[in-house]
Write a protein that binds this ligand. Structure first.
Ligand code: FMN
Length: 335
């Protein structure tokens, strides 16, 4: 009989829940997490998640079908709660028998959790605070992801280590919790598992996988980047709200600061109204992630990356990345 390693034992709840071999999720990354990367992650024993982002229901329909052609393993679909066609997107997931739906971007609108459950899928939500984790527990969410501000992309204000200390002791016994944000090595995975996590979610570490369709220049920026280069978007004027996003600093991030100062001046002189000013700020980054990931414009596009970018050293296959994370975690646990 094969004996189970400590790592497999600690991940058991996570692997049972996800239906995969290794409780390592590759978090949805808009433009990056499409059919190729998602199927590669699931085929390698991890758990891939399609980033629906702003896709139309038709596009999501195709993406799920194409992913299913490439893997017969389970994978998830990440839906943004603000999407105007959320209910239609849920129906598309149901049509394909998607097993796990991840809801991102704030509180799920009324009826959405129920609609997902009716399709037979499990629902995973992001809990940025203990109070929300408790609320999700009460409302029948099947698992939560806690994501700290070290992560790439849109972030909350609290670090992963603090969220883990606050949320795991209270929630992990009742609900599988996956920890995300700033995880670059297996040592860190082992530590969160020992604290009670059922698994982890990584994004940044998988961007440079061979199977990722990100532009070669986007990958080069990751391989060159250090932790300190992955900065959060800066808000210059209290009247003009800026959504916190972590990305590699470049000409675009400098330009964004200049843009805010310029808009604030126009507001002061009465040349534009508040609504128009806020729209100009909001629209500054529209299309910027696609520009960087797909077109390779790493100077003016948005190169969303987490602080763990410093631990991305080379382009590797998904299988190699997962294998080294697992080996590091096993070594750490044996110590
Ligand atoms: C380029 C990029 C795009 C992302 N896009 C999304 C997204 O569309 N939806 C989402 O829920 N999370 C998104 N994330 C967050 C990841 O799913 C994941 O939680 C995060 O990357 C984990 O932290 P890490 O980057 O430190 O590994 C994105 C992250 C990156 C780096």
């Amino acid at each position: 009989m094969m004996t189970q390693s400590t790592l497999q034992h600690l991940m058991q709840r996570g692997t049972d829940f996800l239906g995969c071999e290794t409780a390592i999720m590759c978090g949805a990354m808009s433009w990056v997490s499409e059919r190729n990367l998602v199927s590669a992650i699931s085929n390698a024993g991890g758990f891939g998640v399609i980033a629906c982002g702003a896709m139309t229901p038709d596009l999501l329909d195709t993406e799920i079908a194409e992913t299913m052609k490439r893997t017969d393993k389970p994978f998830g679909v990440n839906l943004i709660t603000m999407h105007p066609d959320l209910m239609e997107l849920i129906a598309i997931c149901g049509k394909h028998g998607v097993t796990h739906v991840v809801l991102a971007g704030g509180l799920p609108p009324k009826g959405s959790l129920e609609a997902i459950k009716e399709t037979g899928a499990k629902v995973i939500c992001f809990a940025p605070a203990l109070s929300l984790a408790k609320k999700f527990l009460r409302s029948g969410v099947d698992a939560i992801v806690i994501e700290g501000m070290e992560a790439g992309g849109h972030i909350g204000p609290v670090s992963t280590s603090v969220l883990a200390q606050e949320i795991l002791p209270e929630i992990a016994e009742q609900l599988p919790v996956f920890v995300a944000g700033g995880i670059g090595t297996g040592e860190m995975i082992a530590a969160y598992l020992e604290m009670g996590a059922s698994g982890v979610q990584l994004g940044t570490r998988f961007v440079c996988a061979h199977e990722s369709i990100a532009h070669p220049d986007f990958k080069k920026a990751f391989i060159r980047g250090n932790a300190r280069d992955a900065i959060t978007s800066v808000q210059v004027d209290p009247r003009l709200p800026v959504i916190p996003v972590r990305a590699l600093k470049n000409k675009g991030t400098e330009e964004f600061t200049r843009k805010q100062i310029e808009v604030a001046k126009l507001l002061d002189s009465g040349e534009i109204e508040m609504g128009e000013a806020q729209l100009q700020i909001e629209h500054f980054w529209a299309g910027a992630l696609r520009k960087a990931v797909i077109n390779g414009d790493i100077e003016y596009g948005s190169v969303m990356a987490g602080q763990s970018v410093g631990m991305v050293k080379a382009e590797e296959s998904v299988a190699e990345i997962i294998k080294s994370l697992v080996e590091q975690a096993e070594t750490a646990l044996a110590r």
